[in-house]
Ligand binder design. Structure first.
Ligand code: F6P
Length: 340
């Protein structure tokens, strides 16, 4: 197996579940290091069932990850296929987001490569699955941070803008906003209503509320402005590095309302540390079902959460469809923005 793309809590729960399930059926498991880079180089380590129990509580991925795209260079694909054959592996479980699973889909389409996918991302922006593991831990991290920021904001009668991850989807920001009673939430799916945001903050201050909390998803856009990025670089899959919207919004709020405002960019804190129980259970279940697809030699498939069940679908069907925030959640959250 391999873990590709942005890491997230509970990746190791998936790894453990695949190793244990394959072991229970007399098989052996190996892990490619650093995502597709390890698969290209044939850089694999053995994974023993009895050594994996403690990793369920460990954040990140014991295999390492990367944003390597083997389809960037034709020779990488050939090297990957040769490495796989030389190592004598029967199947590959690819654990990742749209980029990693997109490579798995192409390998199956191009070569009937024996691959099974497991969807992963803190962004929760994959159409194929109701929730992705990593998301629950991430919103709990944001919630704990915002609960802390509330006390210092109140002590100094300030507004604090908290910038969250999520790339081009507002799932993290919206769910964390509801969980922390934030005064306003900015998401990529809807243009920011600056007047409404400043009005809510001002009216609440005038009504006696001593602080304000705004959660801004990194991919949200202010009117007439584009994405706020850290630099112009893009990764192997063409993604820009988002970051900096929080400061832009904080400066704007202070200018428009006169309320002293600060900002915090939570960044990779949202991806770190031990997984929540929900994510450990979801990751474990996905790993068991992915291993079962391997044992049944059902390739070109990926597992997914559908309601309370773990289902599976073809990679062709499931990959490449981003799932933006269901705005029903924002309409519910707005019960807390529209009135002072
Ligand atoms: O896709 C997960 C994610 O954390 C996004 O929310 C974020 O924009 C991006 O990865 C950060 O990527 P990197 O870890 O490569 O900086």
């Amino acid at each position: 197996m391999l873990t590709g793309g942005g890491d997230c809590p509970a990746l190791n729960a998936v790894i453990r579940a695949v190793v244990r399930t394959i072991h229970n059926h007399g098989g052996e498991s190996y892990g490619f290091l650093e995502g597709w880079r390890g698969a290209i180089e044939g850089n694999a380590i053995p994974l023993k069932a009895l050594e994996t129990d403690e990793i369920i509580a460990k954040g990140g991925t014991i295999l390492g990850s990367s944003r390597t795209n083997p389809y960037k260079k034709q020779e990488s694909i050939e090297k990957l296929r040769q490495s796989f054959a030389r190592l004598g592996f029967d199947a590959l479980v690819a654990i990742g987001g749209d980029d990693t699973l997109g490579v798995a889909k192409k390998l199956y389409e191009d070569f009937k490569f024996p691959v099974v996918g497991v969807p992963k991302t803190i962004d929760n922006d994959l159409e194929c699955t109701d929730f992705t593991f990593g998301f629950d831990t991430s919103i709990n991290i944001v919630m704990e941070a915002v609960d802390r920021l509330r006390t210092t904001a109140e002590s100094h009668r300030r507004v604090i803008v908290v910038e969250t991850m999520g790339r081009h989807a507002g799932w993290i920001a919206c769910f964390a906003g509801i969980a922390t009673a934030a005064d306003y939430v900015l998401i990529p799916e809807e243009e920011v209503n600056v007047d409404e945001m400043c009005n809510v903050l001002k009216k609440r201050r005038e009504a006696g509320k001593k602080y304000g909390l705004v959660i801004a998803s990194e991919g949200a856009k202010l009117p007439q402005e584009g994405l706020v990025t850290e630099d112009a670089e893009v990764d192997d899959f063409g993604h820009v590095r988002l970051g900096g919207l929080g400061k832009t919004v904080a400066d704007l709020i202070e200018r428009r309302t006169g309320i002293e405002t600060r900002h915090v960019i939570l960044g990779h804190l949202q991806r770190g540390g031990p997984p929540s129980a929900y994510d450990r259970v979801l990751g474990t279940r996905l790993g068991i079902h992915a291993a079962r697809l391997v044992l049944n030699r059902e390739f070109g498939m990926m597992v997914a959460l559908r309601g309370l069940k773990i289902a599976h679908d073809t990679l062709a069907n499931a990959v490449g469809k981003s799932r933006f925030l269901d705005l029903e959640f924002m309409r519910e959250a707005e019960e807390f923005y529209k009135n002072v």
